[in-house]
Design a protein. Structure first.
Length: 349
């Protein structure tokens, strides 16, 4: 019997030496340790032996079985290591110098106008801030002088989370956080607060060519001593002239927003007819573009800024609207459609 065992041991050692991959190794394992394997076969012959012989034989078979199991697992480790090294050292089967097969992507029209606006405001010393899309009721309404049950909330129905938070209905929702972030520098170092914060906004409304439940705005604020409406007009006019690459005339009309006092609607001279009057501007010569105003004292207070000492302006530029005007996009729904035929037409100038 022990002769038989030695034969098996020798044959196994020979075969193991020759195994070069995991598959060959698995075949060997089955050949020796599998259900019909040689070692398993030895076990089966045990029943022919008497008590004492059975015991010694059983022990020897177990030793052999353990040897084989250990040898296979060691060899498996070596093979895997070799395979890994080979993979690391292999030359990639793609040509890095080949020209790209796919067309290059293009920027979304809103990204394009957003970047342009950011560039202009940055050059005028404004910080660009990012703010989350999920906000609290306080940030979106209360801190903006819109208490619970105020009718101004009706215009801004949005999507609510089960924990009471909501998807911001306007970028004004970031104002409070911005004031709190910069108030120390304003009060202690006399640095004016100048920040813009573009972002995605949401409203629970039926969609059509002019309305979307998801759109983009860019809010801007400036707070310092002696800030007046003329500062507001100057910054808006400069920014719009840069974006449209021509001198833009602006006018202010009264508008009501609880977080500004006085509040305005800022119109620009019609881009199509230059102010003469045409169907695009409903023959008025003006296009409504950007609500704005002087920040309400209560809003400054909520941000920890003394309204007796500081004043400021705020505006909420509709980036989606601006992109539509700039690129002549007629249906707002194209912007969120993911339709590349439409969206890939726009390139940075
Ligand atoms: N948050 C307003 C809206 O989405 C727009 C707005 C109006 C923003 C006046 C302002 C502002 O900063 O001063 O309807």
């Amino acid at each position: 019997m022990s002769e038989k065992m030695n034969e098996i041991r020798q044959a196994f050692t020979e075969k193991l030496k020759k195994a070069v991959n995991t598959q060959a190794l698995e075949e060997i394992r089955i050949e020796y340790l599998g259900k019909k394997g040689s070692v398993t076969g030895l076990m089966k012959t045990m029943k022919e032996l008497s008590g004492e012989e059975k015991k010694t034989f059983g022990q020897q078979v177990n030793v052999l079985k353990n040897e084989i199991t250990k040898a296979i697992s060691e060899k498996l480790g070596q093979i895997k290591q070799k395979e890994l090294e080979a993979e690391i050292n292999s030359v990639p089967d793609f040509d890095l110098s080949a020209p790209p097969v796919l067309d290059r992507g293009s920027y979304h029209p809103i990204t394009l106008v957003q970047r342009e606006c950011e560039q202009v405001f940055k050059s005028m010393g404004f910080a660009i801030e990012e703010y989350s899309e999920i906000v609290t009721d306080y940030e979106c309404f209360e801190a903006l002088n819109i208490p619970k049950h105020h009718p101004a909330r009706d215009m801004q129905d949005t999507y609510y989370l089960t924990n009471g938070q909501l998807l911001k209905s306007h970028t004004s929702a970031a104002q409070n956080a911005i004031y709190k972030k910069y108030r120390k520098a304003l009060i202690e170092d006399g640095k004016p607060i100048k920040a813009i914060f573009p972002g995605r906004c949401f409203r629970n409304e039926a969609t059509d060519a002019c309305h979307e439940n998801t759109f983009f705005q860019m809010e801007g604020v400036m707070v310092d001593k002696n800030i007046s409406i003329s500062n507001l007009i100057f910054f808006m006019k400069t920014m719009l002239s840069e974006v449209f690459q021509k001198d833009i005339k602006v006018r202010l009309r009264p508008g009501f927003f609880p977080f500004v006092e006085p509040g305005f609607e800022l119109d620009i001279s019609c881009l199509i007819c230059g102010g003469e009057g045409c169907p695009s501007c409903k023959h008025s010569g003006w296009l409504e573009l950007c609500p704005c105003g002087m920040i309400h004292p209560e809003v400054l207070k909520a941000g920890g800024i003394d309204p007796e000492e500081y004043t400021g302006f705020a505006f909420g530029l509709g980036l989606t609207r601006l992109a539509m005007m700039k690129y002549g996009i007629k249906d707002i729904r194209d912007l969120n459609s993911g339709n590349l035929k439409v969206l890939s037409q726009f390139t940075a100038e």
